[in-house]
Write a protein that binds this ligand. Structure first.
Ligand code: ZN
Length: 223
């Protein structure tokens, strides 16, 4: 124990200043081991190399995804009818790849399906005149600002079907328009996204429906 303690102390004092050093080990009459940097008769020589110690680096972390407070609000399905299937989910490689649409969900449904507000708020923007692909990838849409500042956006609606106006307050279940296939849409569907305003502009944030999409019980079959 003493030996170890001595050695540790010496290493601690010597190591920072020397790359290599010779120490001499001797034992006295009482059996106590000494180390010295001076050679004495009968001493055993040790060459102590200072080890090059790699600096400790924190483990490489992947850039953490932007953190959003988990939304307590669960969105009721924003349509009447169905069940319909999710055709593209969050991070979908087809078009849910940028900040504005990363957490969007696409639900395939026949054109003309009633689209209803999934959360109450105030309509802040609409588009109702686009035909087909048009000039805006969103097609016809309704943007609703919720009371917590987030916005729900209902895209690709049928031309002429939007029946709310900017400034109008909507409740959960209020009709907004009819689903369509306008803008950058490869088939009739609703693109529903929740967005938040940030310094970098509007970004989509994760949300959850209050029930699974497309797996509603099929009452007709008694399941
Ligand atoms: Zn989409």
């Amino acid at each position: 124990m003493l030996l170890r303690l001595l050695l540790c102390c010496m290493l601690a004092t010597i190591a920072p200043s020397a790359l290599a050093m010779t120490l001499y080990k001797s034992t006295d009459a009482n059996g106590v081991v000494f180390f010295s940097d001076r050679q004495t008769p009968g001493a055993q020589a040790f060459v102590i190399q200072e080890r090059r110690v790699e600096p400790v680096r924190p483990p490489l972390l992947q850039r953490p995804p932007a953190s959003y407070p988990r939304q307590a609000y669960r969105y009721p399905l924003p349509w009447r009818g169905g069940p319909f299937r999710l055709s593209q989910g969050p991070n979908g490689s087809f078009s849910h790849t940028d900040a504005k649409s990363r957490y969007a969900m696409d639900i395939a449904m026949p054109e003309g399906t009633p689209i209803i507000a999934a959360r109450s708020g105030v309509v802040v923007k609409t588009e109702n005149e686009q035909i087909g692909r048009g000039n805006d990838a969103s097609g016809n849409f309704v943007r609703v600002q919720h009371d917590d500042g987030t916005q729900g956006v209902y895209l690709h609606l049928k031309q002429g079907s939007v029946n709310v106006r900017v400034g109008q307050r909507v409740a959960v279940g209020s009709p907004l328009g009819l689903s369509g296939n306008t803008g950058n849409s490869s088939g009739p569907h609703l693109h529903f996204v929740v967005q938040q305003s940030t310094a970098a502009g509007l970004v989509s944030i994760p949300y959850e429906f209050n029930q699974p999409v497309g797996v509603l019980p099929n009452f007709a079959l008694g399941n």
